[in-house]
Design a protein around this ligand. Structure first.
Ligand SMILES: NC(=O)c1ccc[n+]([C@@H]2O[C@H](COP(=O)([O-])OP(=O)(O)OC[C@H]3O[C@@H](n4cnc5c(N)ncnc54)[C@H](O)[C@@H]3O)[C@@H](O)[C@H]2O)c1
Length: 276
């Protein structure tokens, strides 16, 4: 039994990482998906590798452009007839660059670039999509982060952007109710291609490189489920749940943390059950 039969979904940043994993999973659950991103080659590869390429549409554009996002919504509705779910997901990271390691000019440029992708990009996507979502009593799912709740998952710019996205999710859940539900999935560390701001010369730097560099004898991450997966495919279940009207119809304004239990870390050791 599939959970999203006939759903039509638009995913920003759907060409790689968690966005691509969600696109593949949604197709497996019976949905058709439009994947939107700023890298045409990456989008083509993701579409070709989908479990059913005939149910995937690619749209090239930038989440900082309202016109691009309106074009993506229109293309999705033209191709699939409706829009049930928007996954606002495209984002960049600051590689935990601390305030004291940023001069004023770099800070200004990084803030403007990162907030315009991570916060304005989500808001513009919601603006482009809400009219179609009202028609279908659809929903918006935002990719949030452990950095929406806790410190040190980023530097101040990324952490502030993900706290802002949490606030945006809650505000829109109020403003779009009762017709459209708005929720979030707050992901923990995942082995993806997450990049940094060009303003910090980090446009080509990928979080995946740090996972690749990790030595086998490196200490485990300091989270209770420290042996849990970092494969983005293992983070997709909450997106399916929140997209499904049947399974989560009464849920709005909520973030599901999929982060290995960061909020229940202990002091002496991160996990209390290591002796079990
Ligand atoms: N990787 C992690 O550890 C982690 C943890 C928590 C949250 N997240 C969040 O997950 C989301 C997806 O990131 P990911 O880790 O899958 O990285 P990723 O780089 O693999 O995926 C991000 C996608 O967004 C696209 N993108 C970036 N800027 C864009 C723009 N201006 N316009 C259009 N597309 C753009 C990229 O091309 C890419 O396809 C982000 O919001 C990120 O903050 C990631």
């Amino acid at each position: 039994m599939s959970w999203l039969p006939g759903y039509s979904v638009l995913i920003t940043g759907g060409g790689s990482g968690i966005g691509r994993a969600v696109a593949d999973r949604f197709v497996t659950e019976g949905a058709s998906v439009a994947i939107f991103g700023n890298d045409a080659a990456q989008l083509a590869e993701a579409a070709a590798g989908s479990p059913d390429p005939s149910r995937v549409l690619t749209v090239e554009g930038d989440v900082r452009s309202s016109a691009d996002l309106h074009r993506a919504v229109a293309a999705t509705v033209t191709r699939f007839g409706r829009l049930d779910t928007l996954v606002a997901n495209a984002g960049i990271w600051d590689f935990q660059r601390q305030l004291t390691r940023l001069d004023a000019a770099a800070l200004e440029a990084t803030f403007d670039e990162l907030f315009s992708v991570n916060v304005k990009g989500y808001l513009l996507a919601a603006e482009a999509a809400w009219r179609e979502l009202v028609k279908t009593r659809g929903s918006i799912i935002m990719t949030l982060s452990n950095a929406s709740f806790h410190v040190n998952g980023g530097g101040p710019v990324y952490t502030a952007s993900k706290h802002a996205a949490l606030g945006l999710m809650r505000e829109l859940a109020y403003e779009l109710a009762p017709k459209v539900r708005v929720n979030g999935v707050a992901c923990g560390g995942m082995n993806t291609d997450l990049r940094g701001p060009a303003s910090l010369d980090m446009g080509e730097r990928s979080i995946g490189a740090s996972f690749a560099k990790k030595r086998p004898d490196a200490p485990p991450p300091v989270i209770p489920l420290h042996d849990s997966s970092t494969d983005p495919r293992d983070f997709t279940g909450s997106y399916v749940l929140l997209a499904s009207r049947e399974q989560s119809g009464p849920i709005t304004g909520q973030a599901i943390s999929v982060d290995g239990g960061i909020g229940v870390r202990g002091f002496g050791s991160p996990a209390g059950g290591d002796h079990l």
